[in-house]
Ligand binder design. Structure first.
Ligand code: ADP
Ligand code: MG
Length: 620
């Protein structure tokens, strides 16, 4: 094959333009992206080699090497991973396969931070090379293909790229960047090492650089300098972060690892790192982000969980390991029991996977409970935050006894907490739980319908506004504690927004009697409440449904007056009923109104006016 010229897919050209023009503020991320691609390539090789050890050729020690040439002004990232065939190079480096690309470009805001985050989310990391390079040369050969089937891919990052076939003895990929004039400071061993340490420490693969030594000038007066020794040294820890003991991991390392998993620029709100022992053994490292991702409400949103089996990467987006209402969680699960050749289909059926999923769910709920408790304690004591992160003696958010108890049902098991953290960045900010809830509360509510076993725990985590609180901060337990003597139900009202809820005539009587009503304004509330008939023994009752029985809260005189009124107004009611026959099923005298002359209510067990409107909007 001679050199072929190809044009980038239209979207790629746009992305390239964006990448090179808007990310100057943080140029070093290119190294993180290229090293992470190299590590992915090695993971892929290790995985394919499970069935075909010949792919290792005679080079089984997987590694990534970073080198630079000051004279040529080039920087090279080299891996002995899976490599690419000609077609793969064209497909993977010249097009952006994901259908979301158009969406991606349309979402660009011009805000560097937000856009950079999008780049990560949409997996266009390779193109970050053009932040610092005006020419990128990729030489690669796919593992298992003959030496003659090497490929050279080259582009200056504008309109097109060239592909030529080459001889390449070495399996894997080598990416050489011709650095721009303003990016020459990357030709510095010390600087490169510090970037590698910052971004790639957690990668389980060695990232190596050539050792340099100081050499004095040969002649008097000639300046000395660093010279390369030809010996490679490993720069990063090269030890999967989750497999290390918690005491050896700093908060910064946890946070950096989170950022690499999530492509989030912000630190996570909290995390939990545990080794679970027993009938099913696995390591679990789970993070709760501080901000909802753009695609949180996308139906196809996958879980941000990576699955490893004994440190071998198996798959991204392992949906089977978390219920969908916890899809905002990022993390890693490393199982000691699953077979290495486990497929997505197999995952669905595995007993071990079910145990892991249950364990993950409990752990996330436990983490949320501890954030909620922490906030409560803060509110009560008014003296600073308790840092559940980094504290060596801090107990895990879920007590071991609790976990052991649950595990016992599966088989004798033990869960040892190794770490539970929360980033210090938020230590001086009020209300981590409130922050969490503002971002993810609505998703959590889906759990009422999805996770029967944990319904009570989820219910305890819910927060609402109410007639006594404009902020979304009232828990069902708070409400119960404030219930009036003789009150038999927890009352709530769903509406499109807080203003609409607060001006509802249905609240009048409750206001008059000083009975608190929860005001629910999330779209999912109506649906979710359908799964929650009571909390801690007290029924939940929508005040927009049926005849609200205030029981003992209604005094005898009022009841009598209502009955008499109903009697007296019978003829009027009959006429109203006849006149409204097409619109209303019943017309009755009520005690629920104070100022308004009339209001609409829905029969018990029927969908509310709000849900009806929602369904109508959705075309049902
Ligand atoms: P992502 O890593 O999210 O898939 P990138 O833009 O970083 O997106 O990389 C695009 C694709 O190019 C990768 O999915 C992979 O198929 C291929 N690729 C990039 N770097 C390498 C490499 N070092 N070895 C093999 N394939 C690579
Ligand atoms: Mg990548």
């Amino acid at each position: 094959m001679s050199t072929q010229k190809h044009s980038f897919q239209a979207e790629v050209a746009q992305v390239l333009h964006l990448v090179t023009h808007s990310l100057y503020s943080n140029p070093e991320i290119f190294l993180r992206e290229l090293i992470s691609n190299a590590a992915d390539a090695c993971d892929k090789l290790r995985f394919e080699a499970l069935d075909n050890s010949g792919l290792y050729e005679s080079d089984p020690e997987l590694r990534v090497r970073v080198s630079f040439d000051e004279k040529a002004r080039t920087l090279t990232i080299d891996d002995n991973g899976i490599g690419m065939s000609v077609q793969e190079a064209i497909d993977n480096l010249g097009t952006i396969a994901k259908s979301g690309t158009r969406e991606f470009t349309s979402r660009l805001t011009g805000d560097q931070k937000a856009d950079a985050q999008l780049i990560g989310q949409f997996g266009v990391g390779f193109y970050s090379a053009f932040i610092v390079a005006d020419k990128v040369t990729v030489e690669t050969r796919r593992a298992g293909l003959p030496v003659s089937e090497g490929v050279r891919w080259q582009s200056d990052g504008t309109g097109d790229f060239e592909v030529a076939s080459i001889e390449r003895a070495q399996r894997g990929t080598s990416i050489t960047l011709q650095l721009r004039e303003d990016a020459q400071d990357f030709l510095n061993g010390w600087k490169l090492k510090s970037i590698i340490n910052k971004y790639s420490d957690h990668i389980s693969l060695p990232v190596q650089m050539e050792k340099e030594e100081w050499k004095d000038g040969e002649q008097e007066g000639e300046p000395g300098g660093m010279v390369k020794t030809g010996e490679w040294e490993t720069i990063n820890q090269a030890n999967a972060l989750w497999a290390r003991p918690k005491k050896d991991i700093t908060d910064e390392q946890y946070i950096e690892f989170y950022k690499s998993l999530s492509h989030d620029f912000e630190a996570p709100l909290a995390w939990s790192h545990n080794k679970v022992e027993g009938s099913t053994e696995y390591t679990q490292l789970l993070y709760i982000p501080a901000k909802a991702p753009q695609d949180l409400w996308n139906r196809d949103k996958h879980a941000g969980i990576k699955l490893y089996v004994k440190r071998v990467f198996i798959m991204n987006e392992a949906d089977a390991l978390l219920p969908s209402y916890l899809r905002f969680v990022f993390g890693v699960i490393d199982s000691a029991d699953l077979p290495l050749n486990v497929s997505r289909e197999l995952l669905q059926e595995s007993r071990d996977v079910r145990a892991i999923r249950d364990g993950n769910t409990r752990r996330v709920l436990g983490l949320l409970e501890s954030l909620a408790d922490e906030q409560r304690t803060d509110a009560q004591s008014q003296e600073g935050k308790i840092d559940i992160g980094s504290g060596e003696a801090t107990p895990a958010p879920e007590s071991t006894a609790d976990v052991t108890d649950v595990e016992d049902k599966n088989a004798a098991g033990k869960e040892t907490a190794t770490a539970a953290g929360a980033s210090a960045e938020f230590a001086d900010e009020a209300g981590k739980y409130a922050r969490f809830y503002a971002e993810f509360g609505a998703v959590l509510k889906e759990g009422l319908g999805e996770d029967f076993a944990n319904r009570e725990r989820i219910a305890k985590l819910l927060r609402y506004a109410s007639t006594q609180s404009d902020t979304v901060s009232v828990s069902l337990a708070d409400y119960k504690a404030r219930m009036k003597e003789g009150q038999k139900a927890i009352y709530y009202l769903t509406a499109d927004n807080l203003a609409a809820a607060k001006s509802s005539p249905q609240l009048e009587l409750f206001r008059k009697k000083g009975i608190e009503v929860l005001l629910m304004t999330d779209r999912v509330d109506e649906w979710a409440m359908g799964f929650l008939s009571d909390f801690d023994g007290t029924p939940l009752q929508s005040i927009a449904k049926g005849a609200v029985d205030l029981g003992d809260l209604q005094d005898e005189a009022e009841r009598k007056a209502a009955e008499e009124a109903a009697e007296a107004f019978k003829p009027v009611l009959e006429r109203l009923k006849a006149a409204l026959a097409a619109e209303a099923e019943d017309v009755r005298v009520t005690t629920r109104l104070v100022d308004s002359p009339a209001c609409l209510v829905v029969k018990d067990g029927q969908i509310s006016t709000q849900l009806a409107r929602l369904l109508k909007q959705a075309g049902q």
